[in-house]
Design a protein around this ligand. Structure first.
Ligand code: ADP
Ligand code: ZN
Ligand code: ZN
Length: 757
């Protein structure tokens, strides 16, 4: 028997404390139990994160109470938290926290049960109309005049309240009627109302009816992929499958049928989708397939209210919902007996969390798959090089789907050299002649166009023509973006904003030049070029209103919008059959980012964007406007040559021993005082030099590419090694060697960093 429990308390301390488990609680205290424990002079809540036989401390206090019936964390998820703690060098308690939504951590008790009061149904002699059956779903019983006379004023008032709604929670009823519970109980005795315990779920989809869809007859490649996945699911061994399928090859249908298989086996499934692709359209496809058992499906995403999230989570914990669709953290959903984990668009950098624990949900999914002994499917049209290599070395099983459903052709990608465009007569500057003509052609044929530019705002910088002054941010080492409609200069890093100056702060000249077009400018210019077209813009500036996203997409689908302009928001997972043209405006700035993955990102982006075109009967076309037409990322994307791109990119990575040939850890130092930040970095570097083993490549301390952000200076050290273990050990030892950490300097350790900016 376990005598000692390790408890992570709800205070912000990154350690576990030992507590005795009293005899009477031996069987109820489990890993993940919420408990009430004495802490100093008071009591606090915490989680049980592990057990021990012995403790280094002699006198231990006992756990006083176990809160709630079920442990909040399943054992495999607890093990996953442990893995994250070691792998990502993050305090364990921190990891335990991150596997539970905050609202679930804060509320001690399991599912929310309330006493619901309803009007009794059968006793009625006064069903008001014969149409009662039509409103069977909100049957109300109206007390007869006779009965009414016999009621006390309080009782009558209660009946009145209930007649409006049919039923309501006891607490709301007593508050509304201004009574205690006792007259309600009297009414229950009289048989006029019923009181029953009910779990209330705030269903975010209440009132939306979805029609069930039937499984489609699979194309041969889909059938082959499904079979491999089912075989993996049926075997006891965990297996990871990289499903490399071009956009439109029908990956989602394969996921759906694999999930159905899990259901048949009595197992659950988790589907991860990048937050940005977690559109109603995506979610509805999953809901619709399982519409005959809607309670089985739970959705977790960032726009749920706390209440909704709490309820969805507990529906999963109680075993009611076994299919979970959600963004990154849905990986930790407490589904038991998992048969399948799907990570869709596995290459997406947003799967990496940018605060501690800095986990990659894709990699963590593979680890969870091992702990659960289930199949993991990583699906994408453009595998991350890490996954691609894992497939090549046999760690993952690769399954390819090279043709689109119904053998529709992939769209043709044309690269427009904007350098030549510059010298052309009657040039426009922002758009090439070709793009303009193609858009005209689409408008004539009532087809739709998407224009993609990964930069919001009007212009990315404001420069004085006379003295060269650039409107930069006071707090960050970047220039401010001009937002014309709001007439503001905005920093896209820290959000700081100000009005647009009327004259140059440097030399008082009124001559400004704006450069670097953003989506807002594209919209304005397009409106002038195509006055008859209906144009909409979709970026985080226009999508602030709740449901704005849904509304614009719905209009676009109905053909009420001719041209949709947007940032990466429109690049993901959308499926519009009438879009036959996609224009990509200037992907060059993304290529010039100071990040070794810049080429990979641009290749992925172009491939994804191209996948938006020609999803219907008419063939699609993609125009990429660029000043660097010969860049390999652009050329390989143009030829749809994924293998070619990988070969070339892998050779380059190997040469420099960058990922996927090594794991890369980025240690960043931040603080307001540049001198102390740099000094601290140098000190750590000194210790690192002593701690690193031969297998580790240590790069010297340098300013980060964005050297200042939110008022803090930033320096970084990169480490690379074949295995993360020795690297994290060296870092931990070096950090511990610094006896006194200087005030005001923060250090973050990002294992398998996704971005180096
Ligand atoms: P992907 O996720 O690979 O980009 P989708 O799963 O979105 O592809 O499929 C593209 C379209 O093809 C969707 O409209 C889908 O309903 C349809 N589809 C998928 N599989 C089939 C099939 N076997 N038969 C007919 N249509 C299919
Ligand atoms: Zn000036
Ligand atoms: Zn700023």
């Amino acid at each position: 028997m376990n005598r000692i429990a390790k408890v992570a308390v709800d205070l912000s301390l990154d350690r576990e404390f030992d507590y005795l488990i009293p005899d009477e609680l031996q069987s109820t205290v489990k890993i993940g139990s919420r408990v009430d424990v004495p802490f100093g002079k008071r009591n606090v809540n915490g989680f049980v994160v592990g057990f021990a036989e012995k403790s280094a401390f002699e006198t231990l206090k006992p756990i006083e109470k176990v809160l709630g019936e079920k442990s909040l964390i399943t054992e495999p998820v607890m093990e996953l938290a442990r893995w994250m703690s070691t792998y990502y060098l993050t305090p364990f308690e921190n990891c335990v926290r991150s596997v539970l939504p905050a609202i679930v951590r804060r509320k001690a008790h399991g599912e929310k049960q309330v006493l619901m009061v309803s009007l009794a149904e059968n006793a009625s002699s006064t069903r008001t109309s014969t149409k009662a059956d039509d409103c069977a779903s909100n049957q109300t019983r109206v007390a007869s005049a006779d009965e009414r006379k016999k009621l006390s004023p309080k009782q009558a008032l209660i009946i009145q309240c209930l007649e409006k709604t049919g039923s309501m929670p006891l607490s709301e009823l007593t508050e509304l009627a201004g009574v205690t519970a006792s007259p309600v109980k009297t009414l229950e005795k009289k048989g006029l109302v019923t009181i029953a315990k009910e779990s209330v779920y705030r269903d975010p989809h209440a009132g939306i009816t979805i029609l069930k869809t039937e499984p489609l007859t699979l194309m041969p490649q889909q059938a082959d992929a499904l079979e491999k996945i089912l075989t993996a699911m049926d075997s006891d061994k965990p297996e990871t499958i990289l499903l490399h399928g071009v956009t439109g090859s029908g990956k989602t249908e394969v996921y759906l049928q694999a999930i159905a298989h899990a259901l048949r086996r009595g197992q659950g499934a988790i589907v991860l989708v990048p937050e940005i692709a977690l559109t109603p359209q995506t979610v509805d496809r999953f809901r619709a397939r399982f519409a005959d058992q809607p309670e089985r499906v739970a959705v977790l995403h960032s726009s749920l209210s706390d209440g909704e999230r709490y309820d969805e989570w507990h529906r999963i914990r109680s075993g009611e919902a076994t299919i979970v669709i959600g963004a990154r953290s849905a990986l930790f959903a407490p589904v038991e007996n998992i048969g399948l984990i799907v990570v869709d668009e596995e290459h997406e950098p947003t799967y990496k969390q940018d605060e501690a624990p800095r986990y990659s949900a894709r990699d963590a999914a593979v680890v969870r798959g091992h702990k659960e002994g289930c199949a993991v499917v990583l699906g994408t049209a453009t595998p991350a090089l890490e996954s691609y290599r894992n497939a090549k070395t046999g760690k993952y099983t690769i399954v390819e789907m090279t043709s689109r459903v119904d053998h529709r052709k992939m769209p043709e990608i044309r690269v427009v050299d904007m350098r030549l465009e510059k010298d052309r007569e009657g040039r426009h500057g922002l758009f090439s002649k070709e793009l303009i003509e193609e858009i005209y052609a689409r408008l004539d044929r009532a087809e739709q166009t998407m224009i993609f530019l990964n930069r919001r705002g009007f212009s990315s910088s404001l420069v004085c023509q006379k003295c060269g002054y650039v409107a930069g941010c006071k707090h960050c080492s970047v220039s401010k973006t001009y937002h014309k409609a709001r007439a503001r200069l905005v920093c896209h890093i820290c959000g700081d904003e100000e009005g647009v100056p009327s004259k140059c702060p440097g030399c008082s000249s009124p001559e400004f030049k704006y450069s670097g077009a953003g989506t807002e400018k594209i919209e304005e210019v397009m409106a002038k070029l195509f006055p008859k077209a209906t144009i909409a813009r979709m970026d985080s500036d226009t999508m602030r209103r709740k449901n704005a996203h849904r509304d614009v997409l719905a209009k676009f689908r109905l053909g009420k919008i001719d041209i949709l302009i947007g940032t990466q928001m429109i690049a993901k997972g959308l499926d519009f059959p009438n879009v036959t043209l996609v224009g990509v405006v200037n992907p060059d700035h993304a290529l010039h980012m100071a990040d070794f993955r810049a080429g990979e990102r641009v290749f992925q982006l172009l491939t994804q964007v191209a996948g938006r075109a020609g999803r219907g009967e008419v063939e699609g076309e993609v125009l990429v406007q660029t000043y660097t037409p010969h860049h390999p990322a652009i050329q390989f994307a143009r030829r749809m040559d994924f293998d070619g791109f990988c070969d070339q990119e892998l050779a380059f990575r190997k040469e420099l021993s960058y990922p996927p040939y090594a794991h890369l850890t980025c240690v960043t130092f931040r603080g307001e005082n540049e001198n102390t930040v740099e000094k601290t970095g140098e000190t750590l570097y000194y210790y690192l030099e002593q701690c690193v083993t031969d297998d580790i490549t240590l790069s010297p301390l340098v300013p980060a590419p964005i050297s200042r952000a939110r008022g803090e200076y930033r320096y970084q050290i990169l480490l690379r090694a074949k295995k993360t273990g020795s690297m994290t050990r060296a870092i931990r030892r070096s950090v511990e060697a610094i006896k006194k950490w200087p005030k005001g300097v923060k250090c973050t350790i990002d294992v398998d960093a996704a971005s180096l900016l």
